[in-house]
Design a protein around this ligand. Sequence first.
Ligand code: CP
Ligand code: NVA
Length: 300
Amino acid sequence: MKHLLKLQDLTREEILSILNLADQLKYERNHGIPNDSLRGKKLGMIFQKASTRTRVSFETGIYELGGYGLFLSSHDLQIGRGEPVEDTARVLSRYLDGIMIRTFAQKEVEDLAKYGTIPVINGLTDYAHPCQVLADLMTVREYKGSFKNLKLTYVGDGNNMANSLIAGCIKLEMNVAIACPHGYEPDKAIVAWGKDTGRLTVTDDVEAAISGADVLYTDVWASMGMEAEREMRNRVFKGYQINPGNIKAAKNDVMVMHCLPAHRGEEITADVFEEHSAEIFDEAENRLHAQKAVMVKLMK
Ligand code: CP
Ligand code: NVA
């Protein structure tokens, strides 16, 4: 494994090995055992979109491992004024030991990896959010003990989160149900792959999708970059919500997850969110541990 561009690129063994290291790093941190596996290493963090969790968890993560993180806003970089990705990649490769990038097009992340000579980590594109799903899988295992044949139901937009959840969960032998309005399905190729495995269903029937779920997941109806569509999307997605009515169709011990930020009253009601805040904020914490594991795997 040279980069983390999307979960489709990783084998089941590679994913499990990241999760195992993440568990170890969490244990060490909780017990005050220092781990400076990345002493002296430098991570550049390019952000073309806003972030709370990704920025802070990568920055504190590299620091805790003995390295140094550089926050690089696209407003300040020449990339924001049109310098080609292939040049940026070659220049940054001369200074840094790794790059994390959050941007719009998946191709930009792939090109950074193609033209540079250092590991590239996808910190979210319109297509994928692999770091989030590694933390999600870590959290599922903490609560459920294993993965095999658990049912994860995702309610909402077939966006970057849905794409990465399908890839990550199915590779670990979970079953995935996506409930989304017609026309808002996840990426066609990922859906075709998921359906081939026999582990994916995609439907517009929210209750049917939630039925028997072990894990319920949702995300915002309008992702970053879709601000202009917000009002229209609020109408289209009405009903694609996790609420006290439909959650009853899930298993009694269902866990509820959200990558955050959450819009209470839209994709999830405030009461369900608060009732499941333990899982949701453990999930947010696990971004730190999972990404530290990714950095150690790629940059050590
Ligand atoms: N979940 C997530 O990636 O959060 P941020 O946008 O705050 O980084
Ligand atoms: N789908 C959301 C996820 C945010 C972490 C977005 O892309 O804005």
